[in-house]
Design a protein around this ligand. Structure first.
Ligand code: WT7
Length: 645
């Protein structure tokens, strides 16, 4: 049953951008002559000056990735101005607030132009200029997109920090880029609760010497403080400002944004994306993977604080003159029918969400879905983690009533956009498989020793050659970029994921093979959570692993050793969770904390995570050989008192 195939339906294929034959031809072309292929595709953007070389990339040290060398363009021009001829009155953004009782907004491309130009002029007035890093900490409201586009317009590099991150996490990100300007709002709303954005910024600013100005949107009217000489209200700064702002001419390889993401070691790293290749990738994948046409209403439920929000709420759809819906809320507020109410209200045709959201709605039962029409839906997408076949079938049968192709898109913050994904009119789907590579993507499976696996088999997933949307470096640390992605398997981009290829050449992502865990589609490093735990002075040592979780995909299991003399208690567990929320944010809160008198270690002192993982997975029979541990007796105690049974 798991190899069941769902071929595209004839009526869908007829109107689709890409059918099976076209996919095969275009993919083959993209492999045979990437330069020629991408030179042709680059016409979908408007360039101020044409490039001199299409592809100039090396995965060998020194790793260097350049696309469309010498080309000049502006991302905000491509996402707005060039649509003003035919699409000035087309709706660019639909805003659906957290509460269904609050006002929906529709913003046309003409209005978007006005708002972005004004905001760009405000940023200039506050001293921002080309090359500066601007931190954005906003609710999911249209102003978040305006802020990103305004940065792009003046050539400033935005660094969006997800609204769920704590003041300490904000401070780390601001300090890494020595950002001088922060854009925020008084507060936002999620699931009926107030998110105190400005309060969090105020706490973060105690640790960020570089920040000179904080630009504040008065969105919520919630109580908040303003600091003299630093904080500026947008509605005051914008008074008398021009609604025209010339887009800055940017080099194809000038940075567009930095976005921090967790790795297996150290602090989150600043993934840097540039201008030409990134926009081309976001645009082409958005058009073909969602089969987006002129009259589609497109809705991606991700927050702009994640890469999905960058590429598939803002840049991809707007580059394509599509209508993109921005949703401030959650799937289950006021109740579990909210998504489908919004679909009906705005006649959404292309819907993109996460396995976690689907699983949490599946749990609430079919009635919440069935009381909506959903007739407008045409394509359903998922991203962020492997989708289990049960959830896939529910999405397909109950939400899509068997009418809508499911696109299970595999990609990463680092890849800029979709990499392995169905194209809905071209590729038959299989529940749980991300299917086949997008144009220009050359996946390769390797053994742990770096031997290539051909045909069907399972190994680690690497990519053999560059694609335009690839990240260019880790901000401020090119060495870390080379070490993280190009050293494990020399000459390949290493994804960190395990993967199986079946007899049809389909790819099945099996999950991370490194110390990264994926909680509700959000990436967290175990090392990060451990260092947050030991920040509490009662903790001597901590080891964190992931375990299978029905809704979140993976849950966080922490083994904690307390300092001598400290009493364990449920109170202390709560305190530790509080510590993690403070250091990172609520998404990193451990689901389970087990007191560990000792941790299993090798004789050289390395924590044996393999063993802890098996204990957390409730599979003590699979512990394997523990005889090489420095103190094998600690394992039995951990097994006896394990929490996930
Ligand atoms: C990791 C990347 C891409 C935007 C959201 C997450 C996992 C992502 C899938 C999928 C199986 C997936 C991988 C990947 N992942 N999409 N369709 N099937 N796994 O971006 O935070 O950079 O995380 O998410 O493990 O490496 P991210």
């Amino acid at each position: 049953m798991h190899n069941q195939k769902f071929p595209p339906k004839a009526d869908f294929v007829q109107k689709a951008w890409i059918n099976e034959t076209q996919y095969k031809e275009l993919y083959a072309e993209s492999m045979k002559d990437p330069e020629h292929f991408w030179a042709g595709q680059a016409d979908r953007l408007t360039w101020m000056k044409k490039w001199t070389k299409v592809k100039d990339t090396s995965f060998h040290k020194p790793v260097s990735i350049k696309w469309f060398t010498g080309g000049k363009l502006n991302v905000s021009y491509n996402c707005i101005d060039r649509h003003l001829g035919h699409h000035a009155d087309k709706v660019a953004l639909i805003f659906e607030p957290d509460s269904p009782n609050h006002q929906t907004q529709k913003i046309t491309y003409r209005q978007l132009h006005t708002e972005v130009c004004k905001m760009a002029n405000v940023l200039k007035k506050l001293g921002a200029k080309k090359g500066d890093i601007v931190t954005i900490y906003m609710p999911m409201i249209p102003e978040a997109a305006y802020a990103m586009l305004a940065c792009a317009r003046i050539g400033a590099i935005h660094s969006v920090v997800f609204g769920g991150f704590s003041p300490d996490s904000i401070a780390d990100r601001v300090n890494d880029g020595k950002s001088k300007l922060v854009i925020t709002a008084d507060a936002g709303y999620r699931g009926g609760k107030v998110v105190p954005l400005k309060d969090n910024i105020d706490k973060a600013m105690a640790k960020t010497p570089s920040v000179e100005k904080v630009l504040v949107f008065n969105y919520s009217q919630e109580k908040h403080d303003m600091t003299a000489n630093r904080d500026v209200y947008y509605h005051e700064a914008v008074k008398g400002i021009s609604d025209q702002c010339e887009p800055e001419e940017m080099d194809s390889e000038d940075p567009l944004f930095i976005l921090y993401t967790s790795g297996s070691t150290g602090k989150p790293k600043g993934v840097l994306h540039t201008t030409g290749g990134y926009l081309l990738w976001a645009s082409i994948t958005h058009q073909y993977v969602f089969d987006c046409h002129e009259n589609d209403i497109y809705w991606c439920t991700a927050d702009v604080g994640w890469v999905t929000g960058h590429s598939y709420v803002v840049y991809g759809p707007l580059a394509n003159a599509a209508t993109s819906l921005i949703f401030e809320g959650t799937p289950t507020y006021p109740d579990a029918s909210r998504f489908w109410q919004v679909v009906d209200k705005h006649q959404v045709s292309l819907f993109y969400s996460s396995p976690t959201a689907i699983r949490s709605l599946m749990r609430e039962g079919n009635d919440f879905v069935k009381k909506s029409s959903r007739k407008s839906l045409r394509v359903l997408g998922t991203v962020g983690e492997p989708i289990n076949p049960e959830a896939w079938h529910w999405y397909n049968d109950v939400v899509g009533e068997g009418r809508c192709p499911i696109v299970d898109t595999w990609w990463q913050t680092e890849t800029g956009g979709h990499m392995i994904t169905p194209i809905p009119g071209a590729i038959a789907t299989k529940p749980g498989s991300a299917t086949l590579p997008f144009f220009g993507v050359k996946p390769i499976l390797l053994t742990n020793e770096g031997q290539e696996i051909t045909g069907a088999g399972e190994g680690v997933l690497a990519i053999a050659d560059s694609w335009p949307g690839q990240m260019r470096t880790v901000y401020g640390d090119h060495k870390r970029f080379e070490e993280t992605y190009f050293s494990t398997y020399a000459g390949y981009y290493f994804t960190g994921d395990g993967c199986r290829r079946d007899e049809d050449g389909y790819y099945w992502i099996t999950g991370r093979v490194d110390d990264v865990i994926n909680v509700s589609g959000h990436r967290l490093g175990t090392a990060e959570i451990e260092s947050a735990l030991v920040a509490n002075n009662k903790v001597a040592e901590a080891a964190v692993v992931g375990y299978p979780h029905d809704i979140k995909g993976q849950g966080i299991y922490a083994f904690v050793t307390l300092k001598t003399g400290v009493q364990s208690s449920d109170e202390l567990k709560k305190e530790l969770i509080q510590t993690v929320r403070q250091e990172i944010g609520p998404i990193a809160s451990p689901d389970l904390i087990q007191w560990a008198p000792g941790l299993p270690k090798t004789r050289s002192g390395k924590i044996m995570r393999r063993i802890l993982r098996k204990i957390a997975e409730n599979a003590p029979e699979q512990l394997g050989d523990t005889s090489t541990l420095s103190d094998p007796s600690v394992v039995q105690d951990l097994v006896d008192k394990r929490l996930n049974r």
